[in-house]
Design a protein around this ligand. Structure first.
Ligand SMILES: Cc1cc2nc3c(=O)[nH]c(=O)nc-3n(C[C@H](O)[C@H](O)[C@H](O)COP(=O)(O)OP(=O)(O)OC[C@H]3O[C@@H](n4cnc5c(N)ncnc54)[C@H](O)[C@@H]3O)c2cc1C
Length: 413
């Protein structure tokens, strides 16, 4: 059985960063150390290659606590130490240059996720960090002043352990959440887990006629008869529900609010206009073109299929001549433009989700990512109860917490 000073469980964004940072810190402290990454897949960093549509949105210049959900109260001390510039500088010190695009999103300069992975692997190699692939961790035991880590095919031992196995989102990339049970005997709990940054499912009858349509809107998640949260952006109508960045950012609420709260997403398709503005506009159309089928009244300001759906929901008969619409019908149509509602029927499953909501409570780790429950253990990345919105915040957390965990483990040797 091989014995390491530090073993990192999981070779994803946070684990690879933790390994590189642990090695860099050991070198800085002139402490020679053997470090290994134990990764279940045949190759490390599969998910990194999928991020940002293959471009890897690795941080955001506006990163702050408001971009996160979960145990956000405990997040500030870590984020204060890791503004976006620090993550960019860490990569720069490894040889990766970045560029900022819209909305503060930061990508590798060549817009290739593969560069981020290669830079990390290259650095690991130059520091002599061992990459052990095909090692699917299924148990960890405390032994002496260290740990024994087991898999079906063998075991390894380490003085310090960094857990970086991710959450449950996108299990096809390796992160299937099975390792949460390995943390239990070490004294760690896991909160309820549900998919975040994922499509929201709705009534197929309502959404199927709109499949393929995209529209700018303000999307509000409502539950228990109240508006919980709103996001502006492009909504995409799909085969089974609603998608788009603004919907992704609301999706975790579908896991938080049960069906008994009758959750729904309400779309304001013209947030810059009042209901009265829209009603006056429609009234004029009806007056000037009385023979026009009502279903075409919104042709000039909404996508055709969406406009027809709005009128259908308000007055049902889309072929009725516009001139026959009552003032009440016109007001209902204007109201539907301001609030086109879709009942929420959960979300698509883990394999379509980008991030895990929930995880190990942040109060179970110190701000240097060491475990409060078990000495010699460090935790980082998505397995903790922290999830970000779209825009680079999740990788920022993975890299920041990974760097912190790696350096702390090295100092703890
Ligand atoms: C399609 C997609 C696009 C995304 N795009 C972005 C983006 O552009 N920007 C952004 O900020 N975030 C993005 N994210 C989210 C981001 O990728 C994750 O939050 C981040 O990768 C989490 O890092 P991690 O190291 O905690 O976990 P992961 O990257 O999931 O890594 C965990 C690793 O642990 C390994 N592992 C799991 N169990 C075991 C075990 N038992 N034994 C050994 N190894 C194990 C896995 O195989 C995996 O390699 C995206 C996610 C997806 C799915």
């Amino acid at each position: 059985m091989k014995i390491y000073d530090i073993a990192v469980i999981g070779g994803g964004a946070s684990g690879l960063m933790a390994a590189v940072s642990a090695a860099a810190e050991c070198r800085r402290l002139s402490k020679p150390a053997s470090i290994a990454v134990l990764e279940k897949n045949a190759r490390a960093g599969k998910k990194i290659l999928m991020t940002g549509n293959g471009r890897c949105n690795l941080t955001n210049t506006g990163v702050n606590v408001k971009a996160y959900r979960g145990d956000t109260g405990l997040l500030k001390p870590v984020l204060n130490k890791y503004p976006a510039e620090r993550v960019v500088d860490i990569f720069k010190s490894m040889g990766l240059l970045c560029r900022e695009t819209d909305g503060g999103r930061v990508y590798p300069y060549n817009m290739q996720a593969s560069s981020v992975l290669n830079i990390l692997l290259r650095r690991m190699e130059s520091y002599g960090v061992e990459m052990v692939c095909g090692f699917d961790v299924d148990g960890v035991k405390k032994s002496g002043d260290g740990f024994t880590v087991s898999s079906q095919d063998g075991s390894a031992a380490a003085k310090k352990l960094i857990f970086a196995f991710g959450g449950m989102a996108c299990p096809q990339s390796g992160s299937d959440g099975k390792c949460f049970s390995v943390l239990k005997p070490l004294g760690h709990k896991t909160t309820k887990l549900f998919p975040s940054l994922v499509q929201v499912k709705t009534d197929l009858k309502l959404v199927r006629p709109l499949k393929g349509v995209r529209s700018l809107a303000e999307a509000s998640f409502c539950a228990g008869g109240k508006r919980v949260k709103s996001e502006k952006g492009e909504v995409q109508f799909t085969e089974s529900g609603l998608s788009g960045i603004c919907v992704f950012d609301l999706a975790r609420l579908a896991g938080e609010y049960g069906n008994e709260t009758k959750p729904y997403i309400s779309l304001d398709l013209m947030p810059e206009y009042t209901r009265d503005d829209i009603a006056a506009f429609l009234q004029k159309e009806c007056y000037e073109m009385p023979e026009l089928p009502a279903g075409r009244l919104a042709d000039g300001f909404l996508n055709k299929a969406l406009g027809t759906e709005v009128i259908k929901r308000a007055i049902s008969d889309v072929s009725a001549p516009a001139g026959k619409l009552t003032a009440d019908g016109i007001r209902r149509a204007a109201g539907t433009v301001k609030g086109l509602d879709f009942p929420v029927d959960g979300t698509l499953s883990w394999d379509k989700a980008q991030v895990t909501a929930g995880g190990v409570p942040l109060r179970e780790v110190n701000t240097d990512m060491s475990s409060k429950a078990c000495g010699g253990v460090y935790l980082c990345g998505e397995l903790l109860n922290v999830d970000g919105i779209c825009g680079g915040d999740n990788l920022h957390w993975a890299f920041a917490s990974g760097d912190m965990a790696g350096r702390s483990a090295a100092r703890g040797l």
